[in-house]
Write a new protein. Sequence first.
Length: 754
Amino acid sequence: MGSGIAAQIANAGVPVLLLDKGDIAKAALERLGKAEPAPLMSRSAAKLIEAGNIEDDLAKLGGVDWIIEAVAERPDIKQELYRKIEPSRKPGSILSSNTSTLPLKMLMAGMPTSIQRDFCITHFFNPPRYMRLMEIVGGPETKPEAMAAITAFADEKLGKVVVKAKDTPGFIANRIGVFWIQAAVNAARNLDLTVDEADAVMGKPIGAPKTGVFGLMDIVGLDLQPHVDASLRMALSKDDAYQSLPSDFPLLTKMITDGYTGRKGKGGFYHLNTAGGKKLKESISLKTGEYAASTPSKLESVDAAKAGLRALVTHKDRGGQFAWAVLSKMLAYAASLVPEIADTAVDVDLAMKAGFNWKHGPFEMIDRLGAGWFAERLASEGVAVPPLLALAAAKGGFYKPTHEGIVQLDADGSYKPITRQSGTLLLSDIKRLATPLARNGSASVWDVGDGVACVEFHSKMNTLDPDSLTMLMQALEIARRGMKALVIHNEGENFSVGANIGLALFAANIGLWPTLDQLIAQGQAVMKALKYAPFPVVGAPSGMALGGGCEVLLHCAAVQAHAETYVGLVETGVGIVPGWGGCKEMLIRHSPGPRDPKGPMPGVMAAFEQISLAKVSKSAAEAKEMKYLRRSDGITMNRDRLLADAKALALKLVAEGYKPPAPIELHLPGPTARAALGLAIDGFARQGLALPHDVVVAGHLADVLSGGATDIVDAVSEDQICDLEKGAFMSLIRTLPTLARMEVMLSTGKPLRN
């Protein structure tokens, strides 16, 4: 965990000293570069971490501003380390513990005031790069300025959702999350659900990740659950609702003993078996302990959940009963814990969304059920209604929209505004208070203030279709008539996974070739308009920006990307080539320049390799290394700050007197380059690294990137390369292997190798 925290700090561009006993830190640093999922966002980040040992290097703490302790969860071990650290640390430097179970008052018992003033708990969630939550706990002696400094740094530099928790067992997220897991395990056993059925209900239908409960335990490690359970039971009062949840689970004990500790072991509630040369996912029977093929749930309640959370918990099948058994207990428990574990319902909701990746927090779930309805059903079943829930039922919910924004219910019965951290700007907040400047089924345009418009994609997975392209062009016209700049941003899970291949496949299957030709022409015209707009267009992506989504970014004047942005031109995976200027832009970005003695061939080869292999960056920092982003493009660590940063960048470009770029002409080798690329393709085919249709697709890509029938002395315009792109696209989409690739991608989400 310590090395993971060090990696995230290095990802922020901040030097880190990683200390442990002996050579442990050095070994941990070596593992960082090989670990999956990758803790480091770029190769350069690793250079910011210096490994050392506690025996020899404590003196180096004199130059450190924040010391994070992440040793074993034993107060005696932690306190011994604090005493060792104290003589070496810089006066006023902040010392924090990453503990997830030990209260601050226990850690600071008997500690000198000089430590207590600078001490707090900073509980990171694992893995630190990907889990956004950091719970912070201060003590009675902790300096407010220390808490403020850590909160600001973790928010702005580390990208964390920082939630202030009380000094109580499990803090916020684990207190509720472990209760949820324990309640779900027991309810699944009582209702005789399979592991697959339980996870099908306790996943997407309630707004949790698709792993559900048993899949989550496999990820975290089954051996951790008994320790966390025992720790909570020891720390909580005897009348706490958690104590009423049975903890005896003989199957879990046997699985741990046999080495079935989850993904880090031989498997867990799920594991992969090999049958007939193919990998088969199996799940364990909660009754017999035997594994069998994992099968999709057939519970009607899972489909009923599409109508809402209440439809799920009121369904009469075992899935509906399971959902109610778990959620009724967990939501009532959460309502009983405010203000014990956190000051507000908002803090609890933020912690559960950021710590467990839930779409909605417990109090948001209660509002979705209806606070009054939920309280009445609990009472009808003889369950005590927590005072805060009773208040919400009487008042009409925990949250209410107003003209000034969303307000939250306070314990005194009044509604108070939800305040955002300074420097954050959420499109969802703007949308609650405004109407779009323009809208269709796939995209909208919003006024985000200060003369900046924002295009939002909102089709399924934000795929791009004619409506999306039309709205981009309309946004350009809106901005041209009275705005200063345009930002392209949305708050979906992904910026855009690319063009709607389902639409392209449908048109191809019925021979609508003019429609496809028009779609490519429309996309190219829109991208050209973005690039040469008289005002700055700034892309603000997060998540996946693939295919057409990547091409949108390539044509923006600048990009302000969330650190977790995964960019790539992946069209070859479905048997086509980038058709909206992606090939052109990567040629330009990889071009060594007209006076480079090596000529244009290195740039052509680099673009060919990147596009033909459908390479995708694993972070925004890596996207810069791959030239999907420019070195001058910005990176925002906290997604909640992305729109504000993108807007600020757009206004900065305006203030600097932004002018669109001049059209670029390239000098490409033509048939010479095509022949060289052809030899490379043939070599890959002979080695079995390229299948027959890979060779066909790569050949068309080589034609585009070499410039077609040109000579190195001739200038090739951007429009000419776009014409080559369209010709290659239209040729490939008429082939049966390309159509087969598209069909498989749509039905399975996985590429077909043919």
